[in-house]
Design a binder for this molecule. Structure first.
Ligand SMILES: Cc1ncc(COP(=O)(O)O)c(C=O)c1O
Length: 441
């Protein structure tokens, strides 16, 4: 080639949730009988949750309809009728919102939304990330910036609420920070933020003239007595606010690749307005986002059966998460918190309990050799070593906490297992494997 083809900084694009899938495939090639318990990807459908019948009917009717609308392109920012519905939907939670449908942009899943919001930032501008956080945010932000993520700590001893002193400290230390990311309810911790915390974050944003990005893809999945506080209502017109929502988790339809961005308080700040104009241009180049889900969105969320289905879904998620917590929380060497939202739990190892000599017995010799070599790669974090051995020895696939930029080693599990016997067996096996691993070296 006459010139280098690869763009710089690709090493900053890391996505542990899917990277571990390559390891799974390699292990299965070596041992086709290895049964995998995928605790890595937050896909309720893949984990056996039924797609409600009324949703299937809505989609079938749309496909059969004479209008053919769902087979055509939409407006580049999304179907106007659905964007008007988004405004009305936002008003249900935040009656004071001044959102207009022209300030709503549909995207091909929030994955695509995450990519565009960082891509369109001015060079050098950073968005403060929660640590730990969903890796697509961290990776996209650091890839755009060309350097490692700047983060604020989530406090594991306080149910994973943001450490506000650290957040403000980081804002002061880094004048290049132009925004703060909130993920609420949180992936990977399952935390739901209190009103006091959200108010304090808004106060910091106001004081330092920052935009707030609020990823709310899990906002309907709240339980264990938690109350979801709508930041749109709390913020009023105080700060530039970008809210991200989608259908992947609460419909649940992750394969729809459908989400939307709401730009609140655009008239508050010319920079925010210019940023929004850039995002509009960028999504125009992508032509439009998926048509069928956009047409279905209002029909699904406003269907008379939706609320009943949702409350059962949340009740099941609550019961699952509490059963898993009960099994794991007495295990020596780890710390966990009960969760209140989404469907993830982050398990942290106690300080100093991990080392590079630990292992688990692996029956298949080829698999054992493969994992030993993989774990011995220099700079492999200690929690990744654990995840490798766990996978090869038990088939349980978790994501190391360091893949979420967690300052402390640990791992994330999902709380999505449908079968209670299988769930309890898997987590008892996990608890036993932790004890065995920690005692091994
Ligand atoms: C916090 C968060 N935001 C966004 C996404 C991506 O959602 P989508 O399926 O809409 O791309 C996920 C997926 O797990 C997520 O956890």
């Amino acid at each position: 080639m006459r010139t280098p083809l690869v763009c710089p900084h690709t090493d900053l694009m890391r996505y542990g949730i899917r990277e571990i899938v390559d390891v799974v495939q390699q292990l299965q090639a070596l041992n086709p009988r290895l049964e995998i318990m995928g605790e890595n990807i937050g896909d309720p459908v893949a984990k056996g949750w039924a797609v409600p019948g009324f949703i299937q009917e809505i989609l079938t009717d749309l496909i059969r309809s004479d209008s053919r609308e769902v087979f055509a392109y939409t407006h580049s920012r999304g179907r106007v009728k659905t964007r008007k519905w988004v405004v009305e939907h936002a008003r249900r939670f935040a009656p004071s919102t001044r959102l207009d449908y022209e300030q709503v942009v549909f995207v091909n899943g929030l994955g695509a939304g995450i990519s565009v919001i960082y891509r369109m930032l001015a060079p050098g501008v950073r968005v403060l990330q929660p640590h730990p956080a969903y890796p697509t945010h961290i990776s996209s932000e650091r890839f755009h910036a060309g350097s490692e993520s700047i983060g604020y700590r989530l406090d594991s001893s306080r149910r994973w609420q943001p450490d506000l002193d650290h957040l403000e400290y980081q804002v002061k230390q880094h004048p290049e920070v132009g925004g703060i990311l909130l993920i609420n309810p949180n992936n990977p911790t399952g935390a739901v933020y209190t009103e006091e915390v959200l108010e304090a974050v808004l106060h910091i944003a106001e004081r330092y003239q920052l935009m707030v990005i609020s990823d709310e893809v899990y906002f309907r999945m709240v339980y264990n007595q938690a109350r979801y506080v709508q930041i749109t209502e709390l913020a009023g017109d105080r700060v530039p606010l970008l809210v991200m929502r989608g259908v992947s988790k609460d419909v649940p339809w992750p394969g729809a690749r459908c989400g939307w961005l709401e730009f609140h308080n655009l008239d508050r700040d010319q920079e925010f307005q210019d940023y929004f104009e850039g995002i509009k241009k960028s999504v125009m180049l992508e032509v439009c986002s998926t048509s069928l889900p956009q047409t279905a969105v209002p029909l699904i969320y406003d269907h008379p059966e939706y609320e009943r289905w949702l409350s059962q879904y949340c009740a099941d998620l609550e019961a699952n998460s509490n059963a898993i917590f009960t099994i794991l929380h007495r295990t020596r060497g780890i710390r966990i918190q009960p969760i209140q939202g989404a469907f993830y739990m982050t398990v942290l190892f106690d300080e100093g309990v991990l080392n590079e000599h630990q292992s688990l017995p692996i029956a298949d010799l080829k698999v054992a050799d493969f994992i030993r070599r993989r774990a011995a790669v220099p700079q492999t974090p200690l929690d990744k070593r654990f995840a490798y051995y766990l996978l090869a020895a038990t088939g349980i696939c978790v994501v190391p906490a360091t893949d979420f930029e967690s300052p402390a080693p640990g791992f994330r599990i999902t709380t999505l297992e449908r079968n209670p016997d299988h769930r309890d067996r898997t987590y008892r096996r996990l608890a036993a494997a932790i004890v065995q691993y920690l005692a091994s070296g």
